[in-house]
Write a protein of this length. Structure first.
Length: 192
């Protein structure tokens, strides 16, 4: 378990946002991004020839990520990584939103998006399979609940390799409503 995962577990929110060198990068940049009011969804380092450091962020206020948000986060991350230099090879930095059909990386994501369709993959066989699709039904302790083929499954969070929302009309509508509500609240606060 990474230091970030251990810290998150102490906060009551297990995470699988990065691993290996990406986890080191996440630990370096997490506080700076938090200070800018962003949460890390995932950090991934990929590619051998031309490495890419991908950092997915979301706003703490629930509003949609803008190009300006990505630019501000990119400047903060670049400054920190230039000083610390944890990645010895050349790489391209990409800061982005997780998108509507986002990866699910925190245990709390499975409660937050309960009622929506998702695809999950485990690192081991469970009832003869590793991949599951169904409707998220929240969590029970450290298990993810998934309604799949007429049955409610409890999948161990620790065994998840991948989890992602499936893009549906209901998900799009909920995202649009949440963004509108967040923007309205922000506008009211600024007028306040």
């Amino acid at each position: 378990m990474t230091a970030t995962q251990e810290a998150a577990e102490g906060e009551g929110d297990l995470r699988k946002t990065s691993e290996g060198l990406a986890a080191m990068v996440e630990a370096l940049i997490a506080a700076d991004l938090h200070d800018l009011a962003y949460d890390i969804v995932r950090v991934r380092l990929s590619g051998e020839r031309r490495a890419k450091l991908q950092i997915m962020i979301e706003r703490q206020d629930g509003c949609a990520i803008t190009v300006e948000d990505c630019a501000a986060a990119s400047r903060a991350v670049s400054a920190k990584l230039d000083v610390e230099d944890p990645i010895r090879q050349a790489y391209v930095l990409e800061v982005s939103s997780p998108g509507i059909d986002r990866p699910l990386t925190r245990l709390s994501d499975f409660t937050r998006f309960a009622g929506h369709e998702a695809r999950l993959e485990l690192n081991r066989l469970l009832d003869g399979r590793k991949r599951f699709s169904g409707i998220l039904a929240g969590t029970a302790g450290v298990d993810v609940l998934l309604d799949c083929e007429g049955e409610r499954l409890a999948l161990p969070f620790r065994d998840l390799v991948k989890a992602k929302l499936v893009l549906t009309d209901a998900l799009i509508a909920e995202q649009q409503a949440a963004e509108a509500a967040a923007a309205e609240a922000l506008a009211a606060q600024e007028k306040g």
